[in-house]
Design a protein around this ligand. Structure first.
Ligand code: FAD
Ligand code: DHB
Length: 402
């Protein structure tokens, strides 16, 4: 690009979501130069609510990087979840079943903390960039082109990491043959709210109801996070706070328990999809997080998968600096091996807990009764609960290693 400022770094990270920010800290700790290049504003990044449950592996990785101070203070350790159907609620105790727990800590808080720590250590993070393009990926010195407030920049580097989410340019930069992907859309979406009210439950509640799925999560002892299954084309404008609470009361209600209501401070509808790229690397480009795979949110795997990827990729990049490229060469295969297990779990939870509206009344009834049968089995079989607990609390990050 004519008139571009020519700059260089070692690792160019596209995207400042959980994947990009965490990878930045892994590299910072090892003294590897990097630049994080983000399209949106810092304010937009800090305003996104999104996910809420951290697997133990995610917490352990953050702790190993010294990034767990805020989550130790504000995160809530959860020993299990409740599965609810037909007006009955059953606890699945992860701690007792597999000796592991999860931590409820919002993605918003995590991103804020990771960014604040990047500010503190003086990391190179650029916001509000446009025109992102990459080239020279099969050379030993690829180039990232973008425009920021100072004008066009030509950033040469050793490695490019596409941590730029589902709509980013990372995946689009793969050659056509490597861009093959497997994808599934779902005929429903999640309406999520944040409400200023003390959670009415200790552990998260996942509920199958004839009207649709509902979930009770939380962000703190003062803030609740709740979700409802809605149609994918539903407009948030048609969901007044009153209508949302009424649906939550109906779907989450069990005898002898009360759902406390409070002021709704945020509400939005998120479509659901499953997506897995066939390949997460091309030459010196490596994809991590949502850039390479998306899961439906039931099971809380999106954010954790992004962190699992950069745990593998970070290690491989450090080995690459030390002259060993085995980790980079096998990164895509290892990350995808773990990801397909996560995909299967997320689909299983989604299918078991959402109401399926397709087919005639008999087919819909058949699907619903089968789901109740499945839930009856899971809540009565220790083996089934152990399997759920093992996957919900998180497969090892090294899963899929050769
Ligand atoms: P992202 O968080 O998407 O970060 C990618 C970053 O790259 C973004 O900041 C984006 O602005 C930037 N970017 C994109 N293109 C470019 C470009 N060309 N140049 C520079 N920067 C670029 N998961 C759950 O487990 N539970 C949930 O409840 C849940 N809710 C969600 C709600 C929504 C609306 C969405 C979209 C996702 C949700 N997820 C949820 C998924 C979870 O939030 C993601 O899996 C997680 O954010 C993945 O992190 P990431 O860093 O890979 O990608
Ligand atoms: C939350 C989101 C999830 O997708 C999930 O399975 C559990 C909790 C949350 O936002 O709190």
């Amino acid at each position: 690009m004519n008139g571009s400022a020519r700059e260089s770094t070692s690792v160019a990270i596209v995207g400042a979501g959980p994947a990009g920010l965490t990878l930045g800290h892994i590299l910072a700790q090892a003294g590897v130069p990097f630049r994080i290049i983000e399209r949106t504003t810092r304010e937009h990044l800090l305003g996104r609510v999104r996910a809420g449950v951290l697997e133990q592996g995610t917490v352990d990785l953050l702790a190993s990087l010294g990034l767990d101070a805020d989550l130790r203070r504000r995160g809530l350790t959860h020993h299990g979840i409740y599965l609810q159907y037909e007006g009955r609620r059953h606890h699945v105790d992860f701690d007792e079943l597999v000796g592991r727990t999860v931590t409820v800590y919002g993605q918003q808080a995590l991103v804020a903390h990771l960014l604040a720590e990047h500010d503190r250590i003086g990391s190179d993070v650029r916001f509000e960039t446009t025109g992102m393009q990459v080239d020279g990926l099969t050379t030993s010195s690829p180039t990232v082109h973008y425009v920021d407030a100072s004008g066009p920049v030509e950033l040469s580097c050793d490695v490019v990491v596409g941590a730029d989410g589902y709509h980013g340019i990372g995946r689009q930069s793969l050659p056509a043959a490597s861009r093959v992907a497997w994808e599934r859309a779902y005929p429903y979406a999640w309406l999520g709210i944040l409400a200023d009210v003390e959670p009415s439950t200790d552990d998260l509640i996942y509920a199958l109801h004839r009207d649709g799925f509902a979930m009770h999560s939380m962000r703190s002892r003062e803030v609740s996070r709740l979700y409802l299954q809605v149609a994918p084309d539903e407009s948030i404008d048609d969901w007044s706070d009153g209508r949302i609470w009424e649906a939550l009361q109906t779907r989450l209600g069990v005898d002898g328990w009360t759902l406390a209501e409070g002021a709704v401070t945020e509400k939005s509808i998120t479509p659901m999809r499953s997506f897995v790229a066939s390949c997460l690397s091309h030459g010196r480009l490596f994809l991590a997080g949502d850039a390479g795979h998306i899961v439906p949110p039931t099971g809380a795997k999106g954010l954790n998968s992004a962190v699992a990827d950069v745990a593998l990729l970070g290690r491989a990049l450090l080995d690459h600096r030390a002259g060993d490229d085995t980790g980079l060469a096998t990164y895509s295969e290892r990350a995808l091996a773990r990801q397909w297990k996560v995909q299967q779990f997320s689909q299983w939870m989604t299918q078991m807990l959402h109401v399926h509206d397709d087919g005639d009344a008999s087919e819909r009834g058949f699907a619903y009764r089968s789901q109740v049968g499945q839930l009856e089995y899971v809540t009565r079989s220790r083996a089934a609960q152990q399997s759920l607990a093992e996957q919900y609390a998180g497969l090892p990050f090294s899963e899929g290693a050769a």
